[in-house]
Design a protein around this ligand. Sequence first.
Ligand code: PLP
Length: 383
Amino acid sequence: MTDHPHRPETVAAGALGYEDADSGAIIPPIHPSTTYVRDPDNAYSRGRVYARADNPTFDTAARTLSALENGADTLLFASGMAAATAVFMALEPGDHVVVPDVMYWALRNWLHGAATRWGLRVEGVDTADSDAVRAALRPGETKLVWVETPANPLWTVTDIAAVAGLAHEAGARLAVDSTVATPVHTRPLDLGADIVMHSATKYLNGHSDVIAGTLTTARKDEAWARIKAVQTQQGGILGSFEAWLLQRGLRTLFARVRWQSAAAQGLAERLSAHPAVSDVLYPGLPGFPGHGIAARQMTGGYGGMLSIRVKAGAPAAIATAAGVTVWRRATSLGGVESLIEHRASIEGPTSPVPGNLLRLSVGLEAPDDLFEDLDRALNRAAG
Ligand code: PLP
C-alpha cells in the first residue's frame, strides 16, 4: 500500500500535486507517442518500450486512483468490460469462480457465455447472502469471487469484509466492481478485497465522454502480473486522450459524487411517498434490505443510483420514461446529466429485472427540477 499524507479530496483535486519538471505546468500533457527511444547500449533505462504496454499519459489517473483506493498499482483499460474480463481471463480454463446473480448484465452474459465456453466454471449466487457464498465456495477449486456492490440495477448490497474472509479461507481471491460506490463512499481494498474494478466510463470520468475501465490491486503479486500480461497481449488499453480526460474528471470526483448522493437520497425519500410508485430501491433508505451493511461499509452517502418500480406496471414505466423532459432517456450512469432507463427492455428475457422498474442515475441538476419532472411524468402515466 502507498502512503499518502493527504486526505482523498486533496489527492483527487490536485492529481497528487502534479508539476511538470521542465515548464512548471500543473496540468499533465497528453503523450500520443506509440513508441519510446532505446538507449545506445540497447537498454530501455526510462522503462517505456511500446504504448500497448504503457504510456506516461496513464500515470496521473492511475496513481491518483491507486491513492484513492489505497492500492499498490492501477491499470487503465479501454472499457469497464475490458477491465473486468481481464481479471477472469488471467485464470486457467477449469477454474471455478463465484459471481453474483444480480450484476451488470453484459458481464453476466459474458461470464455465462464466452467465459464458460472458454472453460471457466461459473457459479452464480446471491452474494448478499454470505451463507450462499460459503456454500458455493469449493476450497482449492474456487480461484475468484466477484461481487458488485451496490449491484446494478437492484442496488443489492454485498458485505465486502464478510465475503473477503470467506473467499480467503477457501483460497480464493476477491474482486469488487465498485463502479457505483466509487472511492468516495467505499474502499474495498481496505475491507479485504484483492482487486477493485471500476467502469471509469461512469463516475470516475463523470462527463459521459469517455469509455474506460480500471483495476486497482492491493498487492503487486503474481496474479496481478498475469492480469497485466492479459492487457498488454490483448491490447485493451485506453487511448491517450481518454486517459487525459479521465485524470481531469477525477479531479472533481468528490464534489460531483457527494452532490449526486445527497440528491439521490432526497429523491429516494420523496419518491417513497409517491402514490404511483410501489417500491424505491436505494441503499440509503432505512427499510432497504442491506441498508445495515451499506451503513457500515459506505461512508458519506449511498451513491447516486436508485431504481423505482411503477405501481401500474411495465407500460406505465415505459410511458413515464417517455414523459420526462429534464431526465435524459438513455443508458449508462454517473455523468453530470440525469438519466432514466427502462432496464428490462435492454436486458432481455434472461434478466432478473422486473418489467416495471426504471433505473435513475442522478446528475447535477437542481434536485427539485428532477423531482417535479418525474412527478409530472409518473402522474401522467398513471392516468
Ligand atoms: N460495471 C458496472 C456496474 C456498469 O454499470 C458497467 C456499464 O454500465 C460496466 C461494469 C461496464 O463498463 P463499460 O461500459 O465501461 O465497459
